[in-house]
Design a protein around this ligand. Structure first.
Ligand SMILES: O=C(COP(=O)(O)O)N(O)CCCCO
Ligand code: NA
Ligand SMILES: [Zn+2]
Length: 283
């Protein structure tokens, strides 16, 4: 069933595990996520970025995810990832999204607070949860790009002020991850996660989580991360499977035959992550 984002994240915060938040652009990704969630009995967050909504259309994404959630035995939230455009955020709420991110992290603290507070007031008025970002998460992915030198870690004291003055349900923190593939191995600032969790005592979000070693993910969850964003690893699973299928079956042109192995590969990758995040069996 479809639920508000805060319901899923509050449970994860209370019981000390993390829920996967997986990006979708098409039907095969939605099916892969829901099948993995059913298989592992995991609550799950299905999210679309502004780029994903531009590609598929907000109505298509909302219709597919609501249909999938209606028939699922696990809790599902539908979330807007990295919302920067006020109209886009309102269109998502209008189409039944149960959670939205307002990403005003490029602005100074006071401006970020102001923009975030406006979305919180409107979203909370209709029961929709809100995620915001403080600090700048590095990396390049679709329309999100932050240069390595501009990536700034989240300051715990600023975070305390930010949450008190905005009322957000969850906070995305910059602690060493980056969007997209990593060149070297990412070094997470675990001490910073620990301090922020102690100060805020609320659901925390890790972005740029594809490519982070399993042990680092587990440590971040132990220290209080409750939502883990994954996009690149699913894209790579899709790419691997399609490439392999087409190489082996160059004359098969039926999209169902070409995309089915890709859906299976994405499902397996997602199910593994749900086990690593600790959400398996929590639904
Ligand atoms: O934090 C993430 C995922 O990061 P990653 O792709 O490193 O797993 N996201 O917010 C997905 C960004 C999608 C842009 O269209
Ligand atoms: Na990444
Ligand atoms: Zn992100």
């Amino acid at each position: 069933m479809i639920v508000a984002g805060r319901e899923i994240l509050k449970h994860a915060h209370k019981h000390g595990y993390a829920v996967g938040a997986f990006n979708v652009n098409n039907m095969e990704q939605v099916k892969a996520i829901i099948e993995a969630a059913e298989e592992t009995k995991s609550p799950v967050i299905i999210q679309a970025s502004q780029g994903g909504l531009k590609y598929a259309g907000v109505e298509y994404i909302a219709a597919m995810v609501k249909e999938a959630a209606k028939n699922a035995s696990v809790p599902v939230a539908l979330h807007l990832d990295h919302g920067t455009d006020f109209k886009q955020i309102m269109m998502c709420i209008r189409n039944g999204f149960t959670s939205v991110m307002i990403d005003a992290s490029h602005y100074e603290l006071e401006e970020n607070i102001k923009k975030t507070r406006k979305i919180v007031e409107m979203a909370h008025a209709v029961g929709v949860s809100v995620e915001a970002e403080l600090g700048k998460i590095g990396g390049v992915e679709d329309d999100i790009s932050v240069d390595e030198k501009d990536a700034t870690f989240t300051d715990p004291d600023d975070a305390e002020k930010f949450v008190a003055e905005t009322g957000v349900d969850s906070l995305a923190i910059a602690v060493g991850t980056a969007h997209g593939p990593y060149k070297g191995e990412p070094k997470l600032d675990f001490e910073r996660i620990k301090v922020i969790k102690e100060k805020l005592n609320m659901p925390l979000v890790l972005h740029g989580s594809s490519g982070v070693p399993e042990e680092s993910i587990k440590e971040a969850v132990r220290l209080g991360i409750n939502k883990i964003n994954i996009d690149t690893d699913i894209r790579m699973a899709f790419h691997r499977a399609v490439k392999e299928f087409v190489k082996k079956n160059p004359d098969v042109y039926d999209p169902r035959k070409i995309l089915s192995p890709a859906k299976e590969e994405m499902k397996n990758v997602i199910a593994d992550k749900m086990r690593i995040f600790g959400s398996a069996g929590m639904a």
